[in-house]
Write a protein that binds this ligand. Structure first.
Ligand code: NAD
Length: 267
């Protein structure tokens, strides 16, 4: 393990950081000089502890905080633990999310509630407790959330996911209006199709549910949609935007949900 140094940028908390986009954001913010707290479910602890080791190897401090981001008491405790460890909280990235590929007819009300809780209530809780921690210390912080291209245009078989992501955009606009007077910006990132375990899930479900479909079809279909011809997005494409939104350079940007999608959708 390499020597840890004191960060000059402050502290960042990234949820759902054991893999995929959240992991890439955590490592990017570490490279930017933040001390980084990484969250995930305890069921993903092996991966999360490895991410923390990679962060420490960059030369900043890392903390693992296990919590279900849809549970209020756990989010409050998690934010408290980060402030206690790092002295303050400057950036919160509410990244954790799940996808449920099912027709509306097949979707149960319980599944609907689960997606809405993990994707949407989690962002409300991250803004609430993250914002509170920033205001308590007079920090002009950054609240950032994962939206999706499905938060801009409806997608069949993804009704609960789409509804949760549309709502994140509205919540982000409301939060920007409330937190602006504290100098806190609130923004979202809206990835298109990015290579992560979530894409593997989506591709498998597409293959299972589309008549005559097979694994790999969705990935190929999505690759063909990009205007840039280079395949689907990489996690670094999202981490780069979040790095910018978390920086002081982005101080005049708030209430926005920014597309990173290879030109597959414009707004
Ligand atoms: P992923 O499934 O690879 O990773 C999500 C992480 O969140 C996992 O580590 C998982 O354990 C964690 N998580 C799930 N439920 C949790 C909970 N209740 N509490 C804490 N952690 C929890 O997903 P990804 O592709 O890296 O996506 C990250 C975010 O980006 C999600 O919000 C997703 O909706 C969004 N997004 C992804 C894509 C894409 O193509 N991959 C596109 C648009 C938006």
């Amino acid at each position: 393990m390499s020597t840890q140094t004191t960060s000059t940028k402050g502290a960042a908390l990234i949820t759902g950081a054991a893999q995929g986009i959240g992991k890439a954001i955590a490592l990017r913010l570490a490279a930017d000089g933040f001390n980084v707290a990484v969250n995930d479910l305890s069921s993903n602890s092996e991966n999360l502890e490895k991410v923390a080791e990679e962060i420490r190897a960059v030369g900043v401090k890392a903390l693992t905080v296990y919590a279900d981001v849809s549970v209020e008491a756990e989010v409050e405790k998690m934010v408290g633990a980060v402030v206690e460890e790092f002295g303050a909280l400057n950036v919160v990235v509410a990244n954790a999310g799940i996808m449920m590929w099912k027709s509306i007819d097949d979707l149960t009300a319980e599944e609907w509630d689960r997606v809405m809780s993990i994707n949407l209530r989690s962002v409300f809780l991250a803004y609430k407790y993250g914002g509170r921690a920033m205001i308590a210390k007079g920090i002009k912080g950054k609240l950032i959330a994962a939206c999706s291209v499905a938060g801009k245009i409806g997608k069949g078989m993804l009704a609960s996911y789409t509804a949760s992501k549309f709502a994140i955009r509205g919540l982000t606009q409301s939060a920007a209006q409330e937190y602006g007077r504290h100098g806190i910006t609130v923004n979202g990132y809206a990835p298109g199709v990015i290579e992560t375990p979530m894409l593997t899930y989506m591709d498998a479900r597409f293959g299972e549910t589309v008549p005559g479909g097979k694994t790999g079809d969705f990935i190929k279909f999505a690759e063909a949609q990009s205007l840039l011809g280079g395949g689907n997005g990489e996690v670094a494409d999202i981490a780069g935007l979040v790095s910018y939104l978390a920086s002081t350079e982005a101080k005049f940007i708030t209430g926005q949900t920014i597309n990173v999608n290879g030109g597959t959708f414009f707004d």
